[in-house]
Write a protein of this length. Structure first.
Length: 264
C-alpha cells in the first residue's frame, strides 16, 4: 500500500484531468483505485466550473483492466462474490462517466485492456499513442465482457467486428483502432496528453449544455426505438431553446461573427 493517491484530479482552466496513478501496476484496477475513481467522478459531477474532462493513465499504460492478483485472492475467499466488483465498481464508474454534464476525452497513453477499454469507450472521444495496444481480454480468462463493453464496442466498430474482438480476444493496435473509428487520432506517445487537452479545451469553449444533450441522445438513442428517439430529441431541443448559448449563437450567426459559448 502507498500513501500516494490512487488517482489524481487536476485542473487546467475549465478542463479537469483525471489520471489513474498506479504506474508500477500498469494502472490495474485494484479496489483502492476503483473506489478512488468513483470518488473523483462524484466530485466532478458536482463541479459547476468544469466544462470538459480528460481521463488518462500514468506511466506506460492507460489501464490493463482488473488486477488479477487481487481477483485471484477474491476467488480463493469466495468465488461466488469475487465478481461483485462489476456491480459495486465497474458499472457505477461507467455510469458516472456517461452521466457527467460535459464531454470526456480519453488520452490512451499505452496498453488498454478489459475494463480499461470499457472505461475508454465510456468516454466521448479518444486520442491514442502510436503503437498503443488494445485487448478485450475477457474470454482469455473465461469471462464475458463487462463495463458496458459488449454494447459500446459494438456501437463503435459494428457487431461483426465486436464479436470477433470479444470472442477471439486478439489484440489490436492504435493504428487499427483509428482505421475502425475507435479512436479519433493517433499521435506520438509524448503528444497524447497535449493532444487530448487541446481537444478538451476546444470542447470546453463550446455549448456545454448542448453537448450534454448530444451525449445523452446518442447513448440513449443507440438502443431506443425510433419514436422514443424522436421524442427525446424534441424534448432536448425545447430545453436548449432558451439557453443563453443558443440565443446568442443565433444572433452571432445573423451578425456574421463567431459565437462565444459560456456553458449556460
Amino acid at each position: 500500500m502507498t500513501d500516494d493517491p490512487a488517482v489524481r484530479l487536476e485542473r487546467d482552466g475549465a478542463v479537469a484531468v483525471l489520471t489513474l496513478a498506479r504506474p508500477a501496476r500498469y494502472n490495474a484496477l485494484t479496489r483502492e483505485l476503483k473506489e478512488a475513481l468513483l470518488d473523483a467522478l462524484t466530485e466532478l459531477a458536482g463541479a459547476e466550473d468544469v466544462r470538459a474532462l480528460v481521463l488518462t493513465g500514468s506511466g506506460r499504460a492507460f489501464c490493463v483492466g482488473q488486477d488479477l492478483g487481487e481477483h485471484a485472492e477474491a476467488l480463493r475467499r469466495d468465488a461466488g462474490s469475487a465478481l461483485d466488483t462489476v456491480t459495486e465498481h465497474y458499472n457505477p464508474i461507467v455510469r458516472g462517466l456517461a452521466a457527467l454534464p460535459f464531454p470526456v476525452v480519453a488520452a490512451i497513453n499505452g496498453p488498454c485492456a478489459g475494463a480499461g477499454m470499457g472505461f475508454a469507450l465510456a468516454c466521448d472521444l479518444r486520442v491514442a499513442a502510436a503503437g498503443a495496444s488494445f485487448s478485450t481480454a475477457f474470454t482469455g480468462i473465461g469471462l464475458t465482457a463487462d463495463s458496458g463493453l459488449s454494447a459500446s464496442l459494438a456501437h463503435a466498430v459494428g457487431v461483426s467486428r465486436a464479436l470477433e474482438l470479444l470472442l477471439l480476444g486478439e489484440g489490436f493496435t492504435a493504428e487499427e483502432a483509428k482505421a475502425w473509428g475507435l479512436v479519433r487520432a493517433v499521435v506520438p506517445a509524448d503528444e497524447v496528453l497535449p493532444a487530448a487537452l487541446e481537444l478538451a479545451h476546444r470542447l470546453a469553449s463550446g455549448p456545454t449544455r448542448a453537448y450534454a444533450e448530444v451525449r445523452r441522445a446518442v447513448r440513449d438513442g443507440a438502443v431506443a426505438p425510433l419514436e422514443e428517439v424522436l421524442a427525446a430529441e424534441a424534448a432536448a431541443q425545447a430545453r436548449l431553446a432558451t439557453t443563453s448559448d443558443h440565443v446568442q449563437a443565433v444572433a452571432a450567426f445573423l451578425e456574421k461573427r463567431r459565437p462565444t459559448f459560456e456553458g449556460r
